[in-house]
Design a protein around this ligand. Structure first.
Ligand SMILES: C=C1C[C@]23C[C@H]1CC[C@H]2[C@@]12CCC[C@@](C)(C(=O)O1)[C@H]2[C@@H]3C(=O)O
Ligand SMILES: O=C(O)CCC(=O)C(=O)O
Ligand SMILES: [Fe+2]
Length: 369
């Protein structure tokens, strides 16, 4: 975990980001500060899609897949093609561990602001605070829970990656960088895969219609495992349906396809654009496990999904390089590595149709590792 995190952190040495840390005490606000209000265009888009998202009896939500279902692989393939997101149950992560990480995360965010500021992410780092720096803030419980949670997420992320790839006809032997290394006892581990654990906290907001929890984006990952606790807020963009709320289900985990899976699948499994709305009465915690390959391995459209009728749409990139591109071009990153013009509307959808300035996200987040 150390080497992974340090190599992801390396990305930001050349892309320092000077975010302000002067967060007001968002818990006590009666009114939305102007600096948090989104432009009217965005406000329109809230309303524009409301009818689609919230109409009664609307059962258009991402599929929920039972990982113990023998047909899980086929169901996952279908979900990836049509939604780019699905929820999993019977995933093997104990409900007790989800409760623990939620409790630990909430304790962390309820620390006095001054204490949290001590853990501010440095401008040129990826992590909000390193293990060493946070240790003084937390009980041992927090560290134990995070370590245990990361282990459980890593195992689930590997399993899901293989299922997603298998649904494309790609097997373990077809992925060189995933080959068993000297240290993993011949197990089918994704050798040196990298990951970031991100805790997101969304305070209640007096004016949720005018504010945004987290701006529309795709994750720069192979896939992301998201625990969204019991409070809704996550929405995914679905062609023809607009913004669709992903309803929290007890013990469920949300799986997002990221840009690297988009590239690896040659656009067959598009990365899903998603955002987070804030809530007037309930604060919300989410825990995202952002999962990718070893940071220096080249990822390109896999030969199994490339052919004469389907040329490679993206050039090879490492996760390291791609994170740099994302840091510079945000939602246009995917088109920066695109090789030729999209061949049909499905690919024309792109990921820059929600380009927003995300500098005033109404969220606090922190990465631990
Ligand atoms: C490994 C990653 C993936 C990162 C960048 C880096 C560390 C933090 C991740 C997130 C987490 C929150 C959304 C996002 C869009 C963000 O701003 O930070 C993610 C981003 C990405 O998926 O591009
Ligand atoms: O809070 C959520 O539900 C989503 C968070 C998210 O998209 C992220 O951390 O990348
Ligand atoms: Fe995300």
């Amino acid at each position: 975990m150390h080497t992974m995190l340090s190599s992801i952190s390396d990305v930001y040495k050349s892309h320092p980001l000077f975010l302000h840390h002067k967060n007001p005490d968002l818990h006590s606000l009666q009114e939305l500060p102007d600096s948090y209000a989104w432009a009217p265009s965005l406000e329109d888009s809230h309303h524009h899609h409301h009818g689609h998202t919230l109409s009664p009896g609307d059962d258009v939500v991402p599929p929920v897949i039972d990982l113990e279902d023998p047909n899980a692989c086929v169901l996952i393939g279908h979900a990836c093609k049509t939604w780019g997101v699905f929820q999993v149950v019977n995933h093997g992560v104990p409900g007790r561990l989800l409760d623990d990480v939620e409790f630990a995360g909430k304790s962390l965010f309820s620390l006095p602001p001054q204490q949290k500021l001590k853990a501010a992410r440095s401008p040129d780092g990826a992590a909000g605070y390193g293990i060493a720096r946070i240790s003084s803030f937390f009980s041992k419980l927090m560290c134990d829970v995070v370590v245990e949670y990361e282990e459980a997420m890593k195992a689930l992320a590997e399993k899901l990656t293989w299922l997603v790839l298998a649904s494309l006809g790609i097997s373990k032997q077809d992925i060189q960088w995933a080959a068993a290394g000297p240290n993993n006892n011949g197990q089918d581990n994704l050798k040196d895969a990298s990951a970031v654990l991100q805790l997101n906290f969304y305070p209640t907001c007096p004016d949720p219609e005018r504010a945004m929890g987290l701006a529309a984006h795709t994750d720069s990952t192979l896939l992301t495992i998201l625990y969204q606790s019991a409070i809704s807020g996550l929405q995914v963009s679905k062609e023809g349906a607009g913004w669709v709320t992903v309803p929290p289900i007890p013990g469920g985990l949300v799986i997002n396809m990221g840009d690297l899976m988009h590239i690896l699948s040659n656009g067959l499994y598009p990365s899903v654009t998603h955002r987070v709305m804030v809530n007037r009465t309930q604060q919300r915690l989410s825990v995202a496990y952002l999962y990718g390959p070893p940071t220096s391995v080249l990822i390109s459209p896999h030969p199994k999904v490339v052919g004469p009728s389907r040329p490679a749409l993206y050039r090879a990139v490492t996760w390291h390089e791609y994170l740099g591109t994302k840091a510079k071009h945000f939602n246009k990153a995917l088109s920066c590595v695109q090789l030729c013009a999209p061949q049909n509307a499905m690919f024309a959808e792109g990921n820059d149709n929600h380009k927003n300035d995300n500098s005033n996200n109404n969220n606090n987040s922190v990465q631990v590792g």
